[in-house]
Design a protein around this ligand. Structure first.
Ligand SMILES: Cc1cc2nc3c(=O)[nH]c(=O)nc-3n(C[C@H](O)[C@H](O)[C@H](O)COP(=O)(O)OP(=O)(O)OC[C@H]3O[C@@H](n4cnc5c(N)ncnc54)[C@H](O)[C@@H]3O)c2cc1C
Length: 402
């Protein structure tokens, strides 16, 4: 029998896109999203790069006003440079005549959330705690003591997923030995960063140094008609010997010192413009990943009315920028499965496809993480050679051109 009601736990990127796609494929389906944050205006970190696969998944779900939000935020490339701003590797970017640019929308997380939440039945302030699966329905329990029932439950509750913990405890989420902090602030006039603007006009930029520190930066429009810039700094834990600062005030001072010591002076001048209030990844925050498993663990677990998408199944490091894009792709595959008359038969196929895609990205993101944080002159030089050779392949294949 076709499903009549679906509960999605987690109103993040994957969960909200899934809600749109489900209703598109079956308008009579009852779909409710339960989200722990109290309101969509809650502070939600910095920018995300949504590539053509992610954009296609949102188009497929018919997200209202998608073009309006993405048009003013499009860049076409991701560029890697060394600490002195020598270019090493470029994905996409302005192409030779006759070839179209690749697409990457840099969106503020809050902008993306507002866009995706439009027309979706989201209940905010509801923190999921556990579920009980029965033959013909699932009961879902919340921290406030309330309970709802549905034909099917989707765990879209992100990297710390409690649904995953209950359904598939062999998927673990642990630190990878890299830590990060970040600031987001009103984008300064381009004249304050003439060299960086060589790329920031059309790209997100990663700058790595042999010290094991790495900077990710980009510029995107905000909801107030202005532009914000983000600068995220990450490092391998063994790159520093001293105790890490804890308060945001100390983190901010430390960050300024690190950027001044290890990176191009334009980055240092930019970080000097920021204040402690601009910190968005305070902490500092340990970068985590789920453990890589080639075979989908869900296929060995007896379950029928619960599954996972996005970070809940396969949370990855941020170093390939694929987490949100993968969650968006999962959401379309799952929506197609759950709206088909043979959803029971299709579930294992969905889980295999989702896992193959997700676990590949978990592994590749980890590889990128260590490449972006190579320490010592020899490792760093090898990493540079690899990137330059890889770049030649991309140019040769027409994936980038410069
Ligand atoms: C600094 C940073 C930069 C990134 N940059 C990129 C990028 O450029 N490109 C990219 O593709 N990805 C990027 N990512 C990864 C991306 O943010 C995630 O992969 C993506 O958000 C996953 O989507 P999701 O829907 O699975 O989970 P999320 O978007 O995290 O949504 C999960 C939702 O579940 C809610 N939730 C959690 N627990 C509960 C509970 N118990 N009850 C109810 N609700 C709950 C959360 O509040 C949240 O709203 C970045 C991540 C970080 C941290």
């Amino acid at each position: 029998m076709s499903l009549q009601s679906i509960v999605i736990v987690g109103g993040g990127i994957g969960g909200l896109n899934l809600a749109h796609a489900l209703v598109k494929y079956n308008p009579s389906l009852s779909v409710t999203v339960y989200e722990q944050i109290k309101s969509p205006n809650h502070q939600q970190g910095w920018h995300l790069g949504i590539n053509s696969q992610g954009l296609d998944a949102m188009k497929e779900a018919e997200i209202p006003d998608l073009d309006k939000a993405t048009d003013k935020n499009m860049v076409s490339a991701f560029v890697c440079v060394d600490q002195n701003l020598n270019e090493l590797l470029r994905f996409g970017g302005p192409m030779k005549q006759g070839k179209s640019d690749s697409a990457l929308a840099i969106l503020h997380r809050r902008t993306l959330h507002k866009l995706l939440a439009k027309n979706v039945n989201v209940v905010y302030g509801k923190r999921f705690t556990r579920y009980e699966e029965h033959d013909d329905h699932v009961d879902v329990h919340f921290e406030d003591g309330s309970k709802v029932s549905a034909d099917f439950v989707v765990g879209a509750d992100g990297c710390w997923s409690l649904i995953r913990k209950q359904l598939a405890p062999s998927i673990r989420y642990t630190p990878v030995g890299v830590t990060q902090v970040g600031v987001m602030f009103p984008a300064p006039d381009p004249s304050a960063m003439p060299t960086l603007m060589t790329w920031l006009d059309f790209a997100m930029l990663r700058s790595s140094s042999p010290s094991g520190f790495s900077i990710l930066s980009g510029i995107a429009a905000n909801d107030d008609g202005g532009k914000d810039m983000f600068i995220g700094i990450s490092w391998v834990d063994n790159a520093i010997k001293e105790m890490l600062p804890e308060s945001n005030q100390e983190v901010h001072q430390w960050m300024k010192q690190i950027v001044k010591t290890h990176f191009h002076p334009e980055f240092s001048a930019l970080v000097d413009m920021t204040t402690v209030d601009h910190i968005v990844l305070g902490g500092p925050r340990k970068v985590h990943s789920t453990n890589y498993q080639e075979h989908c663990p869900l296929l060995n677990i007896k379950h029928k009315r619960v599954t996972l998408i996005g970070d809940a199944a396969h949370a990855m490091t941020t170093n390939k920028g694929m987490g949100a894009n993968t969650a968006l792709m999962d959401s379309i595959d799952l929506a197609k499965t759950l709206t088909s008359s043979d959803w029971e038969g299709g579930l294992a196929d969905y889980e295999s496809t989702m896992w193959k895609r997700g676990s590949f990205e978990v592994k590749d993101s980890l590889r990128n993480t260590f490449r972006n944080h190579s320490t010592g002159p020899v490792n760093f030089a090898m990493s540079k050679v690899f990137m330059k050779c890889f770049n030649q392949v991309l140019v040769w294949k027409g994936i980038s051109y410069y």
